[in-house]
Write a protein that binds this ligand. Structure first.
Ligand SMILES: Cc1cc2nc3c(=O)[nH]c(=O)nc-3n(C[C@H](O)[C@H](O)[C@H](O)COP(=O)(O)OP(=O)(O)OC[C@H]3O[C@@H](n4cnc5c(N)ncnc54)[C@H](O)[C@@H]3O)c2cc1C
Length: 265
């Protein structure tokens, strides 16, 4: 089947063409999509892309940073405005992948890809769609791909910082066995509204709600850390894949969450 590539000067034109096409994919950096092209994937016949500069802009607005959907991992790693996300971006692929891989592409990457998405969820980021809707990253990826495109991602700058740990068999750049992202706001020394997100512990990045409950209202001491670690995999459904078994992921999730929390303490 022939493949048509359509390039539009603005994102809104690309979005209209995408919504109207029967079998099109929108191309970000293409690090995943081009593999499908090379494997002659028959599920799409059109690639839609845009050269809209707004897609690659990073803007700081008060206490939040807005990332255009096409901002790359390399740009995040290089920008002062995204210093809190740079350690995550640097752990994704090698230099060539980071130069192309985009924020929005990471949102729709199949597990165990999705390391940046886990961090964005922990930060409480929201996605702005081309149809004007704004929704949490959690809701967006739970719903799966849509007929409208992601235009930008709004990321609150974390007060106490973003904490992130990626576990891979090949150091430093292997695909994740799992990764864990945590934001732990504190009031009077006690944790309030903890957000802990695992990548690799399900079909998409997921909140570790049982571990969050174990931490909320507690000081980050030994007993709170032990409780969070004990509940780390509760309610989560990791998959078997070429990197690790679901059993292994369930066994080690608590170990890595404990290590991350001990490093923060
Ligand atoms: C060698 C290698 C190593 C990798 N290592 C990692 C890793 O360590 N961690 C990790 O998380 N990932 C990794 N990846 C996966 C991938 O590179 C990243 O997840 C990347 O962020 C995907 O972005 P992309 O722009 O290249 O996606 P693309 O291939 O362009 O697109 C992926 C999907 O996202 C959709 N999409 C893209 N932009 C939009 C938009 N604006 N709106 C709606 N849908 C959109 C596309 O239609 C497609 O379905 C790796 C890939 C390779 C090849």
């Amino acid at each position: 089947m022939p493949l048509t590539v359509e390039t539009y000067p603005t994102l809104s034109e690309a979005a209209r063409a995408f919504a109207a096409a029967r079998a099109a994919r929108f191309m970000g950096g293409g690090t995943i999509l081009m593999r499908a092209v090379n494997e002659a994937d028959q599920s799409f016949d059109t690639l839609i892309r845009t050269t809209d500069r707004a897609m690659t802009e990073i803007r700081t607005t008060g206490s939040a940073v807005t990332l255009g959907a096409g901002v790359t991992m390399a740009s995040i790693a290089a920008s002062r405005d995204t210093a809190f996300l740079a350690p995550v971006a640097r752990l994704i692929g090698g230099p060539q992948v980071r130069a192309a891989a985009t924020v929005a592409g990471n949102l729709f990457a199949a597990a165990p890809y999705g390391d940046l998405t886990a961090a964005l969820m922990a930060l409480g980021a929201t996605a702005e769609m081309t149809d004007g809707r704004r929704q949490s990253i959690d809701d967006l990826i739970r719903g799966g791909p849509t007929r409208s495109l992601v235009a930008a991602v709004h990321v609150p700058v974390p007060q106490g910082g973003l904490h992130f740990r990626k576990v891979s068999r090949i150091k430093p750049k292997g695909v994740s066995v799992l990764s864990v992202a945590a934001v732990l706001p504190r009031q009077g020394g006690r944790i309030e509204n903890a957000r802990i997100v695992f990548n690799g512990m399900g079909a998409r990045p997921v909140r570790a709600e049982a571990a969050e409950r174990a931490l909320n209202g507690q000081a980050l001491g030994a007993s709170a850390i032990a409780a969070a670690a004990a509940h780390a995999a509760e309610g989560l459904s990791p998959r078997d894949d070429a990197i690790a078994t679901a059993w292994y992921r369930r066994e080690v999730a608590g170990v890595h969450l404990r290590r991350l929390l001990e490093d923060i303490r």
